[in-house]
Design a protein around this ligand. Structure first.
Ligand code: CTP
Ligand code: CA
Length: 225
């Protein structure tokens, strides 16, 4: 589908998309983060709006301007992202978790800057698990017939790990990217396979992130009641 001239096949639908990467604060000047650019999530937001959807974009640390035609919620950490997704999800026909969520966060937030001590070789930082937002929203389905889409970046056994992850998360579609040093993160293009809970496997050849986004929406539209 050409952008701007898209068929309005998401008209009347509300989609919630998370994009970017969470930052887990350690102290007032430091955080644990990741390299997600947010470009794929923004491409999903633009293409959904072009296809007529009402779009809520939950943005974490992308530094990008709000896309036209979307309601944007800005968050920082995984726990803030969870709050925003849980708040928006009950009104959504589709929830897409394109954000890279930190698996762990510092166990405590230090109100003052953490200082090292003389002779201290071990980092004074303990980590605890973050909630799994995708698994939680897939299990809860706050709106009947709602579809949930996840993303997965894998470096090895890409399809087998993706299939396992799809089952473990309980989502309807999982977009699986093969990642490595020079692949995907921050780039303008993407290459992926979209796995579906009904056993489907849709390869998406290397191309602009809008192309992958439109394939996701095609698969979503085919599954919406
Ligand atoms: N995700 C999430 N909450 C988390 C971690 C991940 O909602 N705490 C979502 C991501 O937004 C993505 C999907 O789960 O849509 C897969 O993320 P990924 O990091 O590949 O999955 P994990 O279960 O964290 O597995 P891994 O141990 O391979 O990192
Ligand atoms: Ca993870």
């Amino acid at each position: 589908l050409a952008r701007g001239a898209a068929v309005p096949d998401l008209a009347g639908r509300h989609v919630v998309i998370s994009a970017g990467g969470t930052r887990e604060p350690l102290d007032p000047v430091r955080y644990l983060g990741n390299r997600s650019s947010g470009k794929q999530g923004y491409a999903l937001a633009r293409t959904a709006a072009a296809r007529g959807a009402r779009v809520t974009l939950i943005e974490a640390n992308t530094g990008m301007a709000d896309p036209a035609g979307a309601d944007v919620v800005h968050v920082g950490s995984a726990r803030q992202l969870r709050e925003a997704v849980l708040k928006a999800a009950p009104g959504a026909d589709v929830v897409v978790m394109a954000a890279a969520v930190a698996d762990f966060r510092p166990a405590v937030y230090a109100e003052g800057k953490i200082k090292k001590k003389d002779g201290q070789e071990q980092a004074p930082i303990a980590l605890v698990r973050n909630p799994d937002i995708l698994a939680e929203i897939s299990a809860a389905r706050p709106r009947p017939g709602q579809l949930v889409v996840g993303f997965a970046a894998e470096t090895d056994e890409v399809l087998a790990n993706g299939r396992q992850k799809l089952r473990r998360k309980g989502c309807d579609l999982l977009v699986v990217n093969e990642v490595g040093e020079h692949r995907t993160f921050g780039s303008e293009e993407n290459e992926a396979v979209v796995l579906s809970a009904d056993g489907g496997e849709t390869p998406v050849p290397r191309g602009p992130k809008e192309g992958l986004a439109d394939t996701v929406w095609d698969l979503v539209v085919a599954r919406l009641g």
